[in-house]
Design a protein around this ligand. Structure first.
Ligand code: HEC
Length: 123
């Protein structure tokens, strides 16, 4: 009895694997957005540079009043690695929040959090 159940679940798994593979192949031409998580759509090249250009690089650019040049990937990545980026944008107890005047949308913050959680890829 247990063996039959085990056998049945093995076959079930095989089917699942088979169908999930088939589905991925289909996904290339007709993306099934429900299978793609919000974070999977976030890229540095599109969303994070957009975000930085909208909210940060007025100050964080060569000659600007903020330290560093956030048009440069390695400089924003270094702020991320030091923990400063996350602290200044997300920590409610930071003594100097960024951007100083606020105004980030929930979506912008969610995207940034996705990118931070992914380790700040240059994608
Ligand atoms: C109006 C100008 C201005 C804007 C806009 C601004 N910053 Fe800043 N930022 C500063 C200044 C000035 C400092 C240095 C003083 C301080 O830490 O508060 C700073 C410091 C920082 C630091 C610490 C850097 C370090 O090396 O100590 C980080 C990280 C940072 N900002 C991130 C951001 C991010 C991310 C944005 C956009 C979401 C942003 N800032 C927008 C002016 C700005």
């Amino acid at each position: 009895m247990t063996n039959k159940l085990f056998g049945a679940s093995l076959i079930g798994c095989a089917f699942l694997i088979f169908f999930s593979c088939t589905k991925e192949v289909i996904d290339i031409s007709t993306p099934d957005t429900s299978a793609i998580s919000f974070c999977d759509t976030v890229t540095y090249g599109t969303h994070i540079t957009d975000f930085l250009n909208t909210h940060c690089t007025t100050c964080h650019v060569a000659g600007g009043i903020g330290p560093g040049d956030f048009t440069n990937y390695s400089e924003i990545k270094s702020e991320l690695d030091q923990g400063d980026l996350e602290e200044k944008v997300f920590d409610p107890n930071t003594c100097s929040p960024m951007p100083p005047c606020g105004g980030l949308t929930t979506e912008e913050k969610d995207r940034l959090q996705c990118w931070i959680d992914a380790g700040g890829p240059n994608n």
